[in-house]
Write a protein that binds this ligand. Structure first.
Ligand code: SF4
Length: 396
């Protein structure tokens, strides 16, 4: 499939579906007919012109500054694949060694918000979107609430959180929702027995599935918070994913949940995942997506490749990742890790020549058995099949 340089520069994609081609641009998705595309998979000039005139190649200006803050680098769970671990637990238990523990304080919040104000002014942005991140952010509920409350004076427009949800009480959900938290991303590691073997309490190795779904259900009763459910996929839980979907559909309200599947990777800490990104895995992902849709979950519509607001711009032009002690990282995956800092909220970013080696982006640190073209083919195949199904069922 070939696109010209201008189309590639805005992240456009051209995918072969079962009955037609799909064009994904920053301005939206278009269903193409065979006549729009050559047998070799290139856009014909007329189709190219129509797509451009319809605004599908138009990019939109960045509207909000994207600030990620780790409120606690510690976590109460002991997931073996966590990219914040340093190694596997040498005893085979639930306590893999982690990066150093720090916790967001009131004084650091002051520095984070002053830094944010300077960064937003430098690019003329007036709106702020915050991601509460960890470790487990709810190990520091006071830090989460104080940051959101004080960020109101700095243009806070919306906020979300990535949490394991084991510590989420209804009272806390109500407070977070009232302060603008609109969604929480929560991970499941396969069906209940697999999840309870993999996503375990650090203290005693106990399972967490029941606690998580109970907390989601209770929080949903007292807040408008939406849920983004990430389903991790590995050889450890592959066979149970179909069962998980049926179970989740009864344990939570699918109408409030967006669901996605992610093959778990290894950042070099010895977590093995043997699943290859082959056609069989792509077909299985597609089957799960269709079932999730039929059960009432939302599955996000595929889109063009987008530049990450934080790691996609050297020097943190449109966003920043701040660890709990105020150090800056280029990306979630290096936040809080010694030797990966690219500055601090008090002194700003270090010079580019100093940070070049440490400026990594989303997924850069993950190690896969498959090469980049194989990963791209896998993603394209899953996304095309999803677009086919959304179209077939009138959901597009
Ligand atoms: S819950 Fe998240 S932060 Fe905690 S160990 Fe698991 S993956 Fe890491």
């Amino acid at each position: 499939m070939s696109l010209d340089q201008a189309e590639r520069a805005v992240g456009a994609r051209l995918l072969p579906g079962a009955k037609n081609w799909w064009f994904l641009g920053p301005g939206g998705v278009a269903r193409l007919r065979d006549g729009h595309v050559t047998p070799e998979g290139a856009l014909r000039p007329d189709a190219r012109r129509q797509l451009r005139e319809s605004g599908l190649l138009a990019t939109t200006a960045v509207r909000s500054y994207a600030l990620t803050v780790l409120t606690s680098t510690h976590c109460n769970l002991g997931c073996g694949y966590c990219f914040q671990n340093i190694a596997q637990d040498p005893t085979g238990g639930s306590r893999p060694p982690r990066m150093p523990q720090t916790r967001l304080t009131s004084a650091t919040i002051t520095s984070v918000l002053d830094f944010t104000r300077r960064q937003m002014a430098a690019v003329g942005l007036e709106k702020l979107r915050i991601l509460l991140f960890g470790g487990e952010p709810l190990l520091n509920p006071k830090g989460c609430l104080e940051l959101l409350e004080r960020a109101r004076d700095f243009g806070l427009d919306s906020a979300w959180m990535i949490s394991n949800a084991t510590l989420l009480t209804p009272a806390l959900a109500g407070q977070l929702g009232a302060l603008g938290l609109d969604s929480i991303q929560v991970t499941f590691d396969g069906d209940r027995p697999d999840h309870d073997r993999i996503r375990i309490a650090r203290a005693d190795g106990g399972g967490t599935y029941d606690t998580i779904v109970r907390n989601i259900a209770r929080a949903s009763q007292v807040s408008e918070i939406g849920w983004r459910l990430r389903v991790n996929v590995s050889q450890e839980n592959f066979d149970g994913i179909d069962g998980l979907l049926e179970r989740l559909a009864t344990d939570v309200d699918p109408g409030r949940c967006t669901l996605y599947f992610a093959r778990v990777g290894d950042v070099g800490i010895g977590y093995a995942n043997d699943l290859l990104h082959n056609g069989e895995l792509a077909a299985t992902f597609s089957r799960w997506q269709r079932r999730a849709l039929d059960l009432g979950f939302t599955v996000s519509r595929p889109d063009a490749h987008r530049v990450c607001a934080t790691c996609g711009h050297t020097g943190g032009r449109y966003g920043a990742v701040v660890s709990a002690d105020g150090t800056l990282a280029s990306c979630w995956e290096t936040a809080g890790k010694p030797d990966w800092d690219v500055g601090s909220v008090t002194d700003g970013y270090l010079p580019d020549e100093t940070t070049r080696e440490r400026w990594v982006g989303c997924e850069d640190l993950y190690r896969y058995h498959d090469d980049a073209p194989t990963l791209r083919t896998f993603r394209d195949s899953v996304d095309a099949a999803l677009l086919d199904y959304l179209h077939e069922t009138g959901r597009l």
